[in-house]
Design a protein around this ligand. Structure first.
Ligand SMILES: NC(=O)c1ccc[n+]([C@@H]2O[C@H](COP(=O)([O-])OP(=O)(O)OC[C@H]3O[C@@H](n4cnc5c(N)ncnc54)[C@H](OP(=O)(O)O)[C@@H]3O)[C@@H](O)[C@H]2O)c1
Length: 332
């Protein structure tokens, strides 16, 4: 698979990474551990060198899973993880106090079975800790060799600038896809100006953009999508028009005579936006992993992109992407 640079950081990763959250957390029960380890290793065999986790996924079990799965080829991959919640619990409060970050890194290194974290993100901006203090703490960790690069997640443009002035930010990880394009307004121009890479999370719209979810889909009771306004049955029905657009483009594309899939088009569209964008789709299923990685081989022409642009401009996506309480955590 093609490699990409995350901004000016010098950090090189596969054009598509693997988002590992769903293997342990967020979308129903955790996957079987043996199968999850096998899936991560297949991803590596197929050229993925960028693996995304967080303390909060589980909490802790997802980092442990990656530690075990990646150990045999640790030096050939880039591991990204995140700190920022009290006790690692994403339902608890935010906590980016310097001593918490340092303790997190020690524990995370053990779980990940490694001596350094390649990319360390703050998961959410903590309004009680100046971002300069967070960046300064990560700077010290970089100087000690325990961390290689600094990242932010769902931070606003001002926070990104302030953090970057203290310690260069290698990557921002925030939601971005055909049905969430807010970052195009202020964030992407800021990243471009500062030379920071962009790692879109939920690049498949939490599964919706693949076309496998409709108004009749039911989710496990522990599935986060049950509380997302964009995933009410009514919104799912209304938003099928976005899947129809992806299907139409998919039929026109595809490599060896086979039509592409909506998931592949959703990923190819993200890759076409900027050469320093690296989406991290997640799946628990081997056949979907293969499908998604196929998205990196699809080149959308200027005409394809124009067609998508024009059709998307006619679509009003229904439902907020987050419930109100979570939207409040998105930084300025
Ligand atoms: N920084 C943050 O705050 C944040 C927030 C959310 C996510 N993330 C990161 O971003 C990664 C990806 O985001 P995400 O998992 O939320 O969303 P996503 O990658 O947009 O979608 C994942 C969902 O789509 C399904 N799926 C994947 N490929 C598919 C395919 N080809 N056909 C049909 N369904 C498919 C998966 O189900 P199956 O498992 O059944 O295939 C899963 O439910 C996460 O793993 C995590 O590492 C970060």
């Amino acid at each position: 698979m093609e490699k990409r640079q995350l901004g000016n950081s010098g950090l090189e990763v596969s054009a598509l990474g693997l988002g590992c959250m769903g293997l342990s957390f967020g979308y129903g029960p955790a996957a079987d551990k043996t199968a999850a380890i096998a899936l991560i290793r297949v991803a590596f065999d197929k050229g993925v060198t960028f693996f995304d986790t967080a303390e909060a996924y589980g909490p802790f079990t997802n980092e442990e899973l990656l530690g075990e799965a990646l150990e045999p080829f640790r030096d050939q991959v880039v591991i990204a993880t995140k700190f920022g919640f009290e006790g690692g619990d994403s339902k608890a409060g935010l906590d980016s106090k310097p001593e918490t970050i340092k303790a997190f890194v020690e524990a995370s290194l053990k779980r990940l079975r490694t001596d350094r974290i390649d990319l360390l993100y703050q998961h959410r901006v903590d309004p009680n800790v100046p971002i300069e203090d967070v960046a300064g703490t990560v700077k010290d960790l970089i100087q000690s060799g325990k961390v290689k690069h600094f990242g932010l997640s769902e931070a606003g443009a001002q926070t990104i600038r302030r953090a970057h002035a203290e310690q260069p930010v290698a990557a921002l990880q925030s939601e971005y896809s055909l049905w969430w394009r807010q970052p195009e307004k202020e964030i992407i121009p800021t990243l471009e100006e500062l030379g920071i890479g962009f790692v879109p999370f939920s690049p498949l719209g939490k599964g919706f953009l693949t076309g496998k979810i409709d108004e009749n889909t039911t989710f496990d009771k522990s599935d986060f999508r049950n509380v997302v306004p964009r995933f009410t049955a009514e919104a799912r029905k209304g938003n099928q028009v976005m899947v129809e657009l992806l299907n139409r483009i998919a039929e026109q594309k595809g490599a060896t005579g086979m039509p592409a899939t909506p998931a592949q088009i959703a990923l190819a569209w993200l890759l076409a936006q900027k050469p320093w964008i690296v989406p991290i789709p997640g799946t628990t299923k081997l056949h979907r992993l293969e499908e998604n990685l196929g998205g990196a081989a699809i080149e959308l022409s200027a005409e394809d992109l124009r067609e998508i642009e024009e059709a998307a401009a006619e679509i009003t996506v229904q439902g907020e992407r987050y419930p109100e309480a979570l939207q409040k955590r998105v930084g300025n």
